[in-house]
Design a protein around this ligand. Structure first.
Ligand code: PMV
Length: 360
C-alpha cells in the first residue's frame, strides 16, 4: 500500500454532529525505533508488546461549523482545558488533513484521560495519539460506512504514526511490527501490522512492571532525540543492527528461547541509550537509580535463574519484563528490592494487551 491508498473518497453521508470514544494502550518496544526520515518514516523497523492497563481513553465530540477555513478544536485532559496541547494537535491535523478531508468542517471537543500519570515517562503520546486517530477514523467511517475493518485498522495506524511514530504500534495487539523488514511479510514503513508469525506460549501474557524512577519532564523530546540520529557516527550500524535483531527475534519468538530474548531486549535498550550518549549534543537519560535497578535485576537473575529482564525508553524509567509463571516471585522481588529506587515508591504492574477498543 502507498500513501495514496489512504486518501479518502468524497463522503457519501452528511452528519451534523456526534461523538465517539476509544480506549487505546501504550506499547513497549523490544527492538527500538530511534531515528526517522521525513514524514515520520522510521529509519529502522521496530517491534513492540502492546500494553493492557496503561492506556488513554479519548472522546471526540464533533459538530458541523459554518466556515471551513480553519481547524476548530479544544483539548481537555482529566476535564481541564489544555491550551498547551493545542500546537501538537494542530501539527497533527495539518499532517493528516489530506487523508481526512472533513477535519475543517467540524468543531471537535477532545476529552482525554490516561490511566497513568501524565509525564510519568510512560509513552502517553503513543496511547494518546492512537486514541485520537481511532476516534477520527470512526468519524470517517460514519461518513463512509463501507470502510472495511482491515482498512480501518491500517489507516488508523497510518494516521497515528503521523501524530507520534510509536503510536502506530498501539492499534492492535499483542505484538506489532512497524517498518519495512525483508523477513516480515506485509511489514510497512507507513503503518504497524500485527506480528504475522508463530509466538511460543512462553510469551503469552508476558508481564511488564514499569518502575517510575524519574517522573520529571523529558530531558530530550523524542523529536529532538530522533534528530540526533542524523549525522550520528554510528547511525548506519545501528539501523543494520535493528534489522538483524528483528530477524533473530523471529526464531526466538517461535521457539520460546527466553535467554536469547533477554539478550536482544536488554541490548536494544542499552543501545538506544548508547546512541544518546554518543550523539552531538550528547545526553545521559538514565539516573543512578536506573543503574541500581539494572544491577539488581542482573544479580537476581544470576541467583535465581529467573528470566526477568529490563528495557528502557528514552528516559530513566525501567520496564521490567518477565514471563507470567514468574509473577509471584518477581513481584516479591520488586517490592523488596526495587521499589526503594522508584520515585515515591511508584510502579505500575501491567502486561501484554490486545489493542485498542471502541467504547462508544
Ligand atoms: O514515538 P516517538 O517519536 O515518541 O518515539 C519513541 C521512541 C522510543 O520510545 C524511544 C522507542 C520505541 O520504539 O518506542
Amino acid at each position: 500500500m502507498t500513501e495514496q491508498d489512504f486518501i479518502s473518497k468524497t463522503s457519501s453521508k452528511h452528519i451534523e454532529s456526534g461523538s465517539v470514544t476509544w480506549d487505546s494502550p501504550s506499547n513497549i518496544a523490544l527492538v527500538k525505533y530511534w531515528g526517522k526520515k521525513e514524514n515520520q518514516i522510521p529509519a529502522n523497523p521496530s517491534i513492540s508488546f502492546t500494553l493492557s492497563g496503561c492506556k488513554t481513553t479519548t472522546t471526540v465530540s464533533f459538530s458541523k461549523k459554518e466556515s471551513y477555513q480553519e481547524y476548530a478544536f479544544d483539548v481537555f485532559l482529566d476535564g481541564d482545558l489544555k491550551e498547551s496541547f493545542k500546537p501538537k494537535i494542530e501539527t497533527f491535523f495539518n499532517r493528516i488533513n489530506n487523508y481526512l478531508p472533513f477535519l475543517k468542517n467540524y468543531y471537535f471537543k477532545i476529552d482525554t484521560v490516561n490511566t497513568f500519570p501524565h509525564s510519568s515517562g510512560i509513552a502517553s503520546s503513543a496511547s494518546g495519539m492512537s486514541a485520537l486517530a481511532l476516534c477520527l477514523m470512526s468519524i470517517e467511517k460514519m461518513l463512509n460506512p463501507d470502510i472495511t475493518e482491515e482498512y480501518f485498522n491500517k489507516k488508523s495506524s497510518f494516521l497515528a504514526r503521523l501524530g507520534s511514530g510509536s503510536a502506530c504500534r498501539s492499534i492492535e495487539g499483542d505484538l506489532v511490527v512497524w517498518g519495512l523488514h525483508n523477513k516480515i511479510k506485509d511489514s510497512s514503513d507507513l503503518f504497524g501490522i500485527k506480528y504475522p508469525y508463530k509466538v511460543h506460549e512462553n510469551f503469552k501474557n508476558y508481564q511488564d512492571a514499569i518502575l517510575l524512577v524519574d517522573k520529571g519532564e523529558k530531558q530530550v523530546s523524542s523529536s529532538v532525540g530522533h534528530g540526533l540520529m542524523h549525522n550520528h557516527p554510528f547511525a548506519e550500524q545501528r539501523f543494520e543492527q535493528a534489522h538483524h535483531n528483528l530477524s533473530s527475534l523471529i526464531d526466538v519468538l517461535k521457539v520460546g528461547d527466553l535467554e536469547a530474548f533477554i539478550n536482544i531486549v536488554e541490548s536494544e535498550a542499552l543501545t538506544l541509550h548508547a546512541m544518546m550518549m554518543t550523539s552531538m549534543p550528547y545526553f545521559i537519560l538514565m539516573k543512578p537509580n536506573t543503574l541500581e535497578i539494572i544491577n539488581k535485576i542482573w544479580a537476581f537473575r544470576k541467583e535465581t535463574g529467573s528470566k526477568i529482564c529490563f528495557t528502557l525508553d528514552a528516559g530513566a524509567n525501567v520496564h521490567v519484563l518477565y514471563p507470567e509463571v514468574e509473577c509471584e516471585q518477581v513481584v516479591e522481588f520488586i517490592k523488596n528490592e526495587l521499589v526503594a529506587h522508584c520515585q515515591n515508591g511508584q510502579y505500575i504492574c501491567d502486561q501484554i494487551g490486545f489493542g485498542a477498543k471502541k467504547i462508544v
